[in-house]
Write a protein that binds this ligand. Structure first.
Ligand SMILES: [Mg+2]
Length: 320
């Protein structure tokens, strides 16, 4: 065991050249999703993406998946068939496949658990523990869309454009893992620490800080928030900055890189994937956790206890 509990995946010794990566994640009906708000094919894609994202966060290549399902006796066979189609399709896009699993009965709920194995060339592995003082903190894509999608599913009568509604609901129900970006970042040899944004960028950055023994500043006014997310937030009377900070389930990649290498890395993802990146903060040398500033060089925000990141975690799940 190279790395056990504490990173996005377990890292295991295997062969001379590569490491084996292992992760699992589950989706439980009424906790993570509501059956009337997500199609079975979408649920299959979602559970795949959540696991793929953890492999992506190590710079890895997803390979083999095992699926364990528990379902009520009266569930239509077509539900399972469609779930497997979605699951298989999402994995196939990255060259991975379901190679086995198990099916059992559950009293009332659909419970799906996926284990995903991947590999990574040893020299391309990126963990959470390498962040250094002065590193810039960078995130791919945009933050908060998934939380906006959840808000719309809960308040379907909110007045927003069809395009914006479609964009944020899709981000919530069927997120796409940044697998290619993760691999490029690993291959670049420039990235010091990386995590995927599942809890929210604040909470996930905290994981990097704890593992690396450093502190960080997060610059609130730099967080990349889409126009669709802002539109939904306005419609439901929410703060899009809070969604970006702690909404979670964005499945973007958050990484740290030396300041003088940052533009190379950002340019690489733009050129190879067309993926935009945003610098959202800086690693400080002090082990003081993550401080939220209004912006770069800005004032420190004292957030009330009710805005702690645990608060954001509750309720931030697909369709619940
Ligand atoms: Mg993760």
């Amino acid at each position: 065991v190279v790395l056990g509990i504490g990173d996005d995946v377990a890292v295991l010794r295997y062969g001379d050249r590569d490491y084996l990566l292992a992760t699992c994640d589950s989706q439980v009906e009424d906790i993570h999703f509501r059956r009337d708000r997500i199609l079975p094919a979408q649920l299959g894609r979602r559970i795949a993406a959540i696991n793929l994202s953890d492999i992506a966060a190590m710079g890895g290549v997803p390979r083999w998946a095992l699926v364990s399902l528990a379902v009520p006796e009266d569930l239509e066979v077509s539900y399972l068939e469609e779930l497997y189609v979605g699951l298989g399709k999402e994995l196939q896009d990255w060259g991975a496949a379901v190679v086995g699993g198990n099916l059992s009965r559950h009293e009332r709920q659909v419970v799906i658990d996926l284990s995903l194995l991947g590999t990574v060339p040893r020299e391309h592995l990126v963990c959470r523990d390498g962040a250094g003082e002065g590193d810039l903190i960078v995130v791919t894509g945009s933050l908060g869309d998934s939380r906006a999608g959840l808000a719309l599913l809960s308040e379907p009568r909110a007045r927003v454009s069809r395009e914006s509604a479609g964009q944020v609901i899709e981000r919530h129900l069927t997120p796409r893992a940044r697998v290619r970006e993760g691999q490029l970042l690993g291959q670049s040899g420039r990235v010091h620490a990386m995590v995927d944004v599942s809890d929210g960028c604040w909470g996930d950055l905290m994981h990097i800080c704890r593992r690396s023994g450093v502190g960080a500043e997060l610059w609130l006014d730099t967080l990349p928030v889409s126009a669709a997310c802002r539109e939904v937030a306005t419609a439901v009377g929410a703060d899009p900055g809070r969604w970006a900070l702690g909404g979670g389930e964005d499945y973007e990649l958050l990484f740290t890189v030396a300041a003088n290498r940052c533009s190379d890395v950002v340019g690489l993802l733009a050129a190879e994937c067309g993926t935009s990146c945003t610098v959202i903060g800086r690693v400080t040398g002090l082990d003081t956790g993550v401080q939220i500033l209004t912006g770069k060089g800005g004032r420190r925000l004292e957030l009330p206890a009710s805005m702690g990141w645990d608060h954001f975690l509750t309720g931030a799940s697909a369709g619940t």
